[in-house]
Design a protein around this ligand. Structure first.
Ligand SMILES: [Zn+2]
Ligand SMILES: [Zn+2]
Length: 394
């Protein structure tokens, strides 16, 4: 295999390029070399993968720093090179990847209208027949507790819809279809000049060979309008970042009576400042006084559904884990709910009053090695270590 090209060179950006410059450079290359647009073209596939690999590294501040410092060695992809399945592991096709990478926020869809229009299923569609609407993907940020308990959301979206005036035909009421003046009905035009002449789908009629005599005034002949609408979404219990919800028929409207596409909502769950989530289990650190742990007593443990009380036996050690079964995250697939695991974290008292300090001093004097069996075991291990070292003459 030939030496790898420099990632900055691959993307055509300077070494000090901003994140936006990198993203924009990658987007251009990805659109150019996208496998959907270059079927059966191994060179395009290789270019696309090379650009994707460069983007994967340079878009990640940590990887980019390693790459800047150590070059390709610092971000070794190992034998076989860049692995698409690893990073884009949700069974997504390329289209989803792009919409996930770039499509967040409100303006999704627009960006890729040009890129994907004419590709995929549209390529084979009858240009005068019904055409199904595009599937759309958007990301939605939700709160931690919404992911656990589920919620109901209403989203305000603006998506392309079938024009209600002309029913998606693009023709004004009563207007006829006439032969396309640009391609004279061929559906194709010759582009370029000199030696290279390329046949292209006619941009005027989209290959159908006909255009409407008088376009619909509402959609200006496109057959689609962008209109705001509210979509209600039920978020089920137990979703996580990366969960993808499908809203059948809520994507872009079809053309000429075609059915609408689907809307996919990819969730992004805001982290909690109390709980750490690990699949279906939740972890929480609970500050506990070492005095209470020595004496034994009750501690309050927050769970998503409320405060639970747990009893600590006398002599509870720092770091002890308490498992509260079924107090974690519900399983989206209907399996068993996860657990909540609370960890005892000693908080040593500070800002002692003179009186308290005196009590601690009295306590300290009264304690002896028998109160600290762990310290005794530790001391004897240390002793054995040094005896052994002495024998070796170290
Ligand atoms: Zn219309
Ligand atoms: Zn034409």
């Amino acid at each position: 295999m030939a030496d790898k090209r420099d990632y900055y060179e691959v993307l055509g950006v300077p070494k000090d390029a901003s994140a936006d410059q990198i993203k924009s450079a990658y987007r251009k290359l990805a659109m150019k070399w996208h496998p959907d647009r270059n079927p059966d073209n191994p060179e395009a596939k290789a270019k696309f993968q090379e650009a994707s690999e460069a983007y994967e590294v340079l878009s990640n501040p940590e990887k980019r720093q390693r790459y800047d410092q150590f070059g390709h060695e610092g971000v070794n992809f190992g034998p076989g090179g860049f692995d698409f399945s690893r990073d884009f592991s949700h069974g997504a096709d390329f289209r989803d990847i792009f919409e996930t990478l770039f499509g967040g926020g409100g303006g999704f869809g627009d960006m890729f209208g040009g890129m994907f229009g004419g590709g995929g299923r549209r390529r084979h569609a009858d240009p005068n027949g019904p055409e199904p609407g595009e599937d759309m993907t958007m990301t939605l940020e939700i709160d931690f507790d919404e992911a656990i308990f589920g919620s109901q959301r209403t989203m305000e979206l603006t998506l392309p819809e079938q024009c209600p005036e002309c029913g998606g035909t693009g023709a004004a009421r009563g207007a006829k279809r006439v032969t396309c003046p640009t391609c004279h009905g061929n559906g194709q035009v010759i582009a370029g000049g000199g030696f290279f002449q390329i046949r292209q789908t006619c941009p005027k009629c989209g290959g159908s060979g006909t255009v409407v005599e008088k376009p619909c005034s509402k959609c200006r002949g496109s057959g689609q309008v962008r209109s705001p609408r509210s979509i209600s979404l039920r978020i089920p219990r137990g979703v996580d970042t990366g969960s993808r919800l499908r809203l059948s028929g809520k994507g872009a409207g079809g053309l000429r009576g075609g059915p609408p596409g689907d809307l996919y909502v990819v969730l992004n769950v805001r982290p909690s400042d109390i709980f750490q989530r690990e699949e279906l289990d939740l972890y929480v650190d609970v500050p506990v006084s070492p005095v209470l742990a020595a004496l034994g007593g009750d501690v309050e443990i927050p769970t998503p559904s409320g405060i639970a009380t747990a009893h600590l036996g006398s002599g509870t050690p720092n770091g002890k884990l308490l498992r509260l079964r079924g107090k974690g995250v519900p399983d989206l697939r209907g399996g068993q709910t996860g657990d909540l695991i609370a960890r005892v974290v000693f908080e040593v008292p500070t800002r002692l009053t003179t009186k308290q300090r005196g009590m601690f001093e009295d306590l300290s004097k009264s304690l002896d090695s028998s109160n600290f069996p762990e310290s005794q075991r530790f001391a004897s291990k240390v002793k054995v270590f040094f005896q052994h070292k002495e024998k070796l003459g170290g």
